[in-house]
Design a binder for this molecule. Structure first.
Ligand code: PAF
Length: 283
């Protein structure tokens, strides 16, 4: 696996791939890789001649300085995992390379970025949009891979690709879970064993409860109220939102749901000061 740390060098390498007629897949990450990331890399390897994984902890998508400072950084371990899985290129740009000066650009995704994550993390999706655009320019992939755990990010990136005409095919891959149901996340490493094994899995149980209730014909309002009751049994969990939203508009749905494919059930909650998110998409 080649390690590349500058934009001009990754550009040059990818141009040489293009000259050879090779297709390129990009898996953008912020490192602290886990099985969820590796599943994206495996899918990218199956669909492209060359796979680039980027690791860059993007400061402009953090609206909380503490969250940025505490974000796990495990580069040497990440390198071993990527070697093992057969990744071709690890692209780790420096902060100066990505942001030689504080960027003045901002991005808005009307209607998509002021709800759910966007409501609680102002500026987050602007930062995601800017960094993903920069990574797309730097790596020029044919295909790019993102996890469905960040479903709102998926919708935002879909809009970005459409609005800016990036010639890139997007692949959104299913969330990988621990056997307890807990969605894999780099942030899970900050949880104690108790929280990780017995408290955090309640988030997934709450989502499943909502899905079951909707399938039985109950309204979304009733279904989420019941899930809140389930979560209230564990005072260590502080729910930020638990919502049923329309898959296209992200607007809240409160009534009955005729077609489960039209909604996403999503949750964000704090546990031991760690912010966790999860969702059920394509119920
Ligand atoms: O999902 C992530 O890890 C990040 O938001 C991304 C897409 C790599 C942009 O920094």
């Amino acid at each position: 696996m080649q390690l590349i740390t500058s934009i001009p060098l990754i550009n040059q390498l990818v141009r040489s791939y293009y000259m050879e007629g090779l297709s390129v897949g990009l898996v953008p990450t912020m490192g602290a890789l886990h099985e969820g990331h590796l599943a994206l890399v495996r899918q990218a390897l199956a669909e492209n001649d060359r796979v680039v994984v980027s690791i860059f902890v993007n400061p402009i998508q953090f609206n909380n300085a503490q969250d940025l400072a505490k974000y796990p950084r495990t580069l040497s371990q990440d390198q071993v995992l990527l070697e093992q899985v057969g990744c071709h290129v690890l692209f780790c740009p420096t902060e100066v390379d990505m942001y030689p000066a504080q960027p003045r650009i901002g991005m808005q995704f009307e209607g998509l970025d002021d709800v759910l994550e966007g409501a609680f993390r102002p500026g987050h999706f602007s930062g995601v949009g800017v960094v993903v655009s920069k990574l797309f320019h730097a790596v020029m992939p044919h295909r790019a891979y993102f996890g469905q755990k960040d479903f709102q990010q998926c919708l935002i990136i879909r809009q970005l690709v459409k609005d800016l005409s990036f010639p890139i095919t997007l692949r959104f891959c299913p969330t990988v879970r621990e056997s307890s149901g807990l969605a894999l996340s780099s942030r899970n490493t900050r949880l104690s064993a108790l929280a990780r094994n017995t408290q955090a899995p309640l988030l997934y149980q709450a989502l499943q409860l909502v899905a079951q209730q909707l399938a039985q014909g109950h309204t979304a309002a009733l279904a989420t109220a019941q899930a809140h009751q389930l979560l209230a049994q564990e005072p260590a969990i502080q729910v930020e939102y638990l919502s049923v939203v329309d898959t296209l508009t992200l607007q809240p749905v409160l009534g009955g749901v005729a077609n489960p494919k039209e909604v996403i059930v999503c949750i964000a909650a704090y546990l031991e000061g760690v912010r966790l998110i999860d969702n059920l998409w394509e119920l």
